[in-house]
Design a protein around this ligand. Sequence first.
Ligand code: IYR
Length: 247
Amino acid sequence: MDVDTCESPHYFHREGKVRMAMQDAASFIPLIWSETPSSVMLERGRSNLALMEERRTTRHFSTRDVAREVIELAIRSASTAPSGAHLQPWTWVAIRSADLQVKLREAAEEEEQKTYAERMPEAWSEVLEPLGTDAVKPHLTDAPWVVVLFKQKKRLRENGEWGPTYYATESCGIAAGMFIQAVHTMGLVTLTHTPSPMGFLRELLDRPKHEEAMLVMPVGYPAEGAEVPDIHRKSLDEVAVFFDEQA
Ligand code: IYR
C-alpha cells in the first residue's frame, strides 16, 4: 500500500500532456523541507529510538488528572497520519467522565469475561498468559481519559451517496501508532485495549453505523508501583531483511 501517493490527485499522460484524472483536484504547493545534516539525522534517530525503547504498555494507571490539551495534542498529532486517498477515516472519542467510564468498563468486562472464559482458544490464551491480561479492566475507570478510536468504513460523497473509504484499517493503525508515540513523548502512558467484540462502543458513544470501534486507549500517568511484564523486543536481525548493495 502506498497511502501517501493516494493523497495526490491521480495524473495520466495523453498526447504528451499530463492531465488531471480527478475532479476537484487539490492544488499543489511547494513541499516545506530543509535538509537535516547527516550527523543531526543520526543524533535525532538515536534519541528517538532511545525514547521509544522506554515505551511500555502498563495495566496500572493512576487516577491523577491530565489536561485536556494533552489529549487534544495527541489526537492532532495522530491525525497527521497518511491515509488512503487522504480520507482521514478516523474519529477519536475522548472521554473524561466517571459515569461513562464506568458504563464502558462494565460493558467491556462483560464481553471480556465471555471471551476469556469461553471464546479464547488455547493457542491464544497461552500467549496472553505471560502478559497477565484478564477480563478485569480497572484501567478503564482509573485513567483520567479513555480515547476510543473509530474507523470510518464509509464516507458521504458530495452527491449524497455513500462511498467506501480505502485502507481504513491500515490508516487508523498508522494513526494509532502516532497517537501512542505522542502520548509517550509527552511522558504519559497508554494501553491498547481491544474489547472483543466491541460493537457495544458504537451505541454507548453514540457513533453512526458506518463507524466501527477499533481500539480503546486509556491515557494517563502510571500508578505508583506500576508493573510491566518482563519481556524483550526482537532485535533488528529478527525483524528486518536488507537487500543492500553497499553493505
Ligand atoms: N481483548 C482482550 C484480549 C487481549 C488480546 C490480545 I492479542 C492482547 O495482546 C491483550 C489482550 C483484552 O483486551 O484483554
